[in-house]
Write a protein that binds this ligand. Structure first.
Ligand SMILES: Cc1cc2nc3c(=O)[nH]c(=O)nc-3n(C[C@H](O)[C@H](O)[C@H](O)COP(=O)(O)O)c2cc1C
Length: 161
């Protein structure tokens, strides 16, 4: 079972989840880079503005289009109730290989995740096989580890031993 995790993280929260999932699954990791929203208050404001308007930014990612993976996981923070823009760019520009797909999202606790999940499923052109949503304020190591294990179980894949 070869698994791939593609994710974006501006401040490290979604990265923490991605790393824990990669550890559990022995998955390959690809982080989406996006210079437009690097740290700083002005870039934060720009991210919010662009997110509402749907202005997709350029991204950097090394992504094999070859369908060599049995499972693909896509991770994103929620921005203005949407998936973060770099992930929207990724899903708009790349087709994710057929097969099971899981979504993991982090948020600040001030919007329900359903719209962002639905938007990702529309961009993927298929429903997710499992989703994991975590509030950034409730992401202790033990909670992340428990949620990751439950998510992997839902995906019906074997963890790495
Ligand atoms: C531009 C922007 C918009 C955001 N919009 C929301 C939102 O609509 N709802 C929410 O709960 N959190 C929102 N957040 C908070 C992030 O989802 C949260 O901090 C997330 O865990 C950050 O993940 P990261 O550290 O991987 O970038 C927003 C953050 C940013 C930067």
């Amino acid at each position: 079972m070869r698994s791939l995790i593609v994710y974006y993280s501006r401040t490290g929260t979604t990265r923490k989840l991605a790393l824990s999932l990669a550890d559990e699954l022995g998955a390959d990791l690809r982080e989406i880079g996006c210079k437009r929203y690097r740290l700083g208050i002005l870039r934060y404001l720009r991210a919010g503005y662009d997110s509402v308007r749907g202005n997709l930014p350029p991204i950097e990612i090394q992504f094999d289009l070859e369908p060599v993976y049995d499972l693909v996981l896509i991770g994103t923070p929620i921005w203005t109730s949407h998936p973060a823009l770099p992930v929207r760019t990724f899903l708009t520009k790349h087709s994710v290989p057929e097969g099971p797909v899981g979504l993991f999202l982090t948020h600040g606790g001030h919007s329900p995740p359903h719209e962002a999940i639905r938007e990702m499923e529309i961009l993927l052109a298929r429903p997710a096989d499992a989703t994991l949503v975590m509030n950034e304020n409730d992401m202790s190591d033990s909670r992340v580890s428990g949620c990751v294990k439950a998510f992997v179980k839902k995906l019906a894949v074997e963890p790495v031993v």
